[in-house]
Design a binder for this molecule. Structure first.
Ligand SMILES: CC(C)(COP(=O)(O)OP(=O)(O)OC[C@H]1O[C@@H](n2cnc3c(N)ncnc32)[C@H](O)[C@@H]1OP(=O)(O)O)[C@@H](O)C(=O)NCCC(=O)NCCS
Length: 192
C-alpha cells in the first residue's frame, strides 16, 4: 500500500478524509465546465451527495488496498483542495498501475498536475515496485497529453471508443511509462 501522505516542494498529497467534503465539493463545482468535457462522472448536474459518495468509496478502496486517491494541497494553503491524483492496479500479474487526475480550473497551467503525478510515479516505481504505469487520455485533451509527455510517458496507441462521455463513445490514447524508463529519466535529471 502507498503512504497516505506524500510531499513535493510545493505540494502535499494526502488520503481523503470526511472533513474534506466542502473543499472537494467547491473544487469540483467551480471546475465542472472543464471537467465535464473529459471525465464521465463530472455531470453538469453533479450534486453534494456525489462528493459524499466519492469520499466514502475512496476510504473503502484504501481499506481494501484496491485504489488510492489523494487530495492535493498547496503547502502554503493546506486547507484548500486543488487537485486529485489517483492510482489503481490494472494487472497484478503484469504489475501495471493506472493513474487518473484533475486540477481545479483556477489552478491549471501552474505545473501542479505534473508535480503531483511525478511524486506518485516515484511512489509507484520505488516503494510499490510496479513495472508499468498507464494513462488513458481522451483524444483532443491536449493539456493532459502535455502532462504525459512532460513526465516521459510514451504513447502506445489508440483505444477505440474506450469511454462513454456525455453520450458519445470517445477514443482514448494509451500512454505508458516503464520502471527502467522512469529510473533512467530520473537519473539524468538528478545528474543534470
Ligand atoms: C489536464 C490537467 C489535469 C492538467 O493539469 P495542470 O496542473 O494544468 O497541468 P500542468 O500545469 O502540470 O501541465 C499542463 C501543460 O499543458 C499545457 N496546456 C494547457 N492547456 C493546453 C491546451 N489546450 N493545449 C495544449 N497544451 C495545453 C500547459 O501549458 C502545460 O504545459 P507547459 O508546462 O509546457 O506550459 C487539467 O487541465 C485538468 O484538470 N483538466 C480537466 C480534467 C482532465 O482532463 N483530466 C485528465 C483526464 S486524462
Amino acid at each position: 500500500m502507498p503512504r497516505s501522505q506524500l510531499e513535493t516542494d510545493r505540494l502535499i498529497l494526502q488520503r481523503f478524509s470526511r472533513r474534506d467534503h466542502n473543499t472537494l465539493d467547491d473544487a469540483i463545482r467551480s471546475s465542472l465546465p472543464d471537467l465535464n468535457q473529459w471525465l464521465p462522472w463530472a455531470r453538469l448536474d453533479y450534486e453534494h451527495g456525489d462528493t459524499n459518495a466519492f469520499i466514502r468509496d475512496s476510504l473503502q478502496a484504501w481499506k481494501e488496498d484496491r485504489a488510492w486517491d489523494y487530495s492535493v494541497r498547496l503547502k502554503e494553503q493546506p486547507d484548500r483542495h486543488v487537485a486529485n491524483v489517483s492510482m489503481w492496479t490494472v494487472s497484478q500479474l503484469g504489475k501495471i498501475a493506472e493513474f487518473g487526475y484533475w486540477v481545479r480550473s483556477d489552478e491549471i497551467s501552474k505545473g501542479i498536475c505534473t508535480e503531483a503525478v511525478g511524486r506518485l510515479l516515484e511512489e509507484a516505481f520505488t516503494s510499490l515496485s510496479y513495472h508499468k504505469v498507464t494513462l488513458r487520455i481522451a483524444i483532443g485533451n491536449d493539456a493532459s497529453d502535455r502532462v504525459a509527455k512532460k513526465l516521459g510517458f510514451i504513447r502506445e496507441g489508440v483505444l477505440r471508443e474506450e469511454l462513454l462521455i456525455r453520450g458519445n463513445w470517445i477514443d482514448h490514447s494509451l500512454w505508458s511509462l516503464i520502471d527502467r524508463e522512469y529510473r533512467s529519466l530520473h537519473r539524468s535529471r538528478v545528474q543534470a
